[in-house]
Ligand binder design. Structure first.
Ligand code: ZN
Length: 247
């Protein structure tokens, strides 16, 4: 068997990516290039605001263009930005791919699930059966792509989501931008007073932060906010980290 195991680390301007790839195609590192005749599990980890849902949708659209039968599953509790479609934090709404809402993955209509070749799961950490469902579907020959928070606001494993790692063919951790110091952010910090692990919210309750800023709360001005930018938009405008311009 032409099996190969590879670890890679690559850096871009915006995020550092660790990819652990176990693939049956010799020389192939990208999960998207893996052998689609077999099932597989792909995991997209990262803190809040790191683009996990955007990356999930990008991969799903690619499979859809290649004529795979795709199904996106969004958590039934997640109606933060859009009731019917799947929305990212920057309010891009995916409503082209087939989408179902569920509290448990095994609750999704079995006929729809079994007819799908590629199953995307958003907010995977919220499903109590995400590990067993993903493994069963991959064993049935399906591509399962899970976007999930790897850690809680206290930097602990989110429920049992980390148990999926040894079962997966590929794992990636995306970084966001630290909302306090504008460096790379790998963690989520809660700014509200709730202490439960699961509290749904957006930028009103959470920040993406770096290691240092997870421990302190002093906010710094962006080093990238140039005079040219201020001339263009005025110094009173701020670009928030979802990319929106606000007054
Ligand atoms: Zn920071």
């Amino acid at each position: 068997m032409n099996s190969s195991t590879s670890n890679s680390k690559c850096s871009t301007n915006n995020h550092v990516t660790f990819t652990i790839s176990f693939t049956l195609i010799k020389g192939s590192m990208a999960s998207e290039e893996a052998d689609h005749s077999q099932g597989q599990i792909q995991i997209i980890f990262g803190p809040m605001f790191s683009g996990k849902t955007t990356e999930l949708i990008r991969r799903m659209r690619r499979y859809s263009i290649a004529n795979y039968d795709c199904l996106l599953v969004k958590n039934i509790k997640d109606t933060r930005y859009d009731k019917d479609g799947l929305a990212t934090h920057d309010l891009q709404v995916e409503n082209v791919l087939p989408i179902v809402s569920a509290a448990k993955l095994f609750d999704v209509d079995k006929k729809i699930v079994l007819e799908s070749e590629v199953i995307g799961i958003d907010e995977g950490q919220f499903y109590p059966d995400v590990v067993s469902f993903s493994e069963e579907m991959a064993n049935r020959g399906k591509v399962v792509i899970v976007a999930a928070l790897d850690g809680t606001f206290e930097r602990r494993g989110f429920h049992d989501i980390l148990d999926l790692v040894p079962l997966a063919e590929s794992v990636i951790k995306l970084n966001a931008v630290c909302m306090q110091c504008f460096r790379e952010a790998s963690f989520t910090k809660r700014t509200s007073a709730e202490t439960e692990v699961e509290v749904l919210g957006g930028s009103e309750k959470y920040l993406s932060v770096c290691r240092t800023c997870h421990q302190n709360s002093s906010k710094k001005p962006s080093p990238r906010k140039s005079k040219q930018y201020q001339r263009k938009y005025g110094s009173e405008h701020v670009v928030d980290l979802t990319g929106r311009l606000d007054n």
